[in-house]
Structure formats: structure tokens, C-alpha cells
Design a protein around this ligand. Sequence first.
Ligand code: FMN
Length: 180
Amino acid sequence: MRKWAVIYSSVTGNTKMVAEAIADAADSADIFPVQEAPQDLSEYDIVAIGYWLRLGQPDPMTLKYLAQVENARVVFFQTHGAEVNSEHAITSFARAGYHLGKDCEILGTFGCQGKINPAMLEKRKNAPADDPHGGAAAIERWKKAASHPDAEDLAAAARLVGNMEHKLAMRERYLAKKQK
Ligand SMILES: Cc1cc2nc3c(=O)[nH]c(=O)nc-3n(C[C@H](O)[C@H](O)[C@H](O)COP(=O)(O)O)c2cc1C
């Protein structure tokens, strides 16, 4: 059994929903909003850190926290308006990794869309078409994001737990074999 810390930052609740799905799926998990997350993570086998995207990277509170995380095995989860697997979303994982403190290992990642704050949509609705937030494609993306995280996203987030534990077990087995 692996002990998980699930740490999340969430303003409108999307990332929190994913965090809860992950924590519920683990046999042993402590869940913390990032404001209350511990600095000493040494008791955890896996530290899942979840954030929402702002300016194509983790939100500011998470960025600050990531720099303090050291010597941990990390799983990132993120929610965003962008399409899953878009260049924007993938680059955000890289940016999250770049901000981690020393001696961390990234075990895996999970991302899904999350509905966008209506106040933000109102502000962006007249953005020019050459702006990343303007034009028909952006409106289409926001419409799609509006139903997420959905039941499928949350089921996939829950499966992440088993997948990561399996991956870790396989790595440990491989490394033990190599040492013999
Ligand atoms: C100020 C602001 C900036 C955002 N910037 C991005 C962004 O750069 N890329 C993106 O894909 N989504 C962006 N979004 C959408 C949020 O990341 C998305 O709605 C997320 O699911 C919100 O998570 P939460 O409900 O946990 O707060 C932005 C939303 C806000 C309010």
C-alpha cells in the first residue's frame, strides 16, 4: 500500500473535484489545499500536485509551492480550458516540472478540461480573432470545457492511482533486478 499526499489549488472547484477523485481512489491518502500543504512530505510515497492553468502554466500559488517541494515522487494533475493533449496543455506539465525543488522525480501526469469562470468568459468574448482567446475556435473550446470535469474525467483520475502504483512497482522491480 502506498501513502499519497494529494495537494491541490482550485478557485472554482474543477481541480478540487479531480483531487478528491484521486484521494478517494487511494487506499491511504491525505488531501490538502495548497495553502495548507505540508513542507515535509517525507512520509508520503507519492505526492500528487494539482493546479489550474493560468497563462499556460500552473497558477501562482502552486508555482510558489512547487519550488518548496524537494525529494518527492510527484504526480501532476491539471485542469484547463485548453484541449487535453494540446501543445498548450503538454507544455504546462513541463513548466510545472521546471518549477519543482531539488531531487524530485516525476512519476506521471493527468489532465482534463475544466469549465471556465463565466466572469472570465464575459471579459474575453470580444477578444480579436488573432488573440489566443479570440474567435470561433476559442468559443468552441470553452463550450467543450463547460461540461468538465465530467464523470469520465473523474473515473480516469481515479484510475490514475492504480496506474501510478503499478508503474512504481514495475520500476522498483526493474531497479532491484538491475542491482543484483
Ligand atoms: C484568470 C484565468 C486564466 C486562465 N488561463 C488559462 C490558460 O492559460 N490556459 C488554459 O487552458 N486555461 C486557462 N484558464 C482556465 C482554467 O485553468 C480552468 O477553468 C480551470 O479548470 C479552473 O480550475 P479551478 O476550477 O480548479 O479553479 C484560465 C482561467 C482563469 C480564470
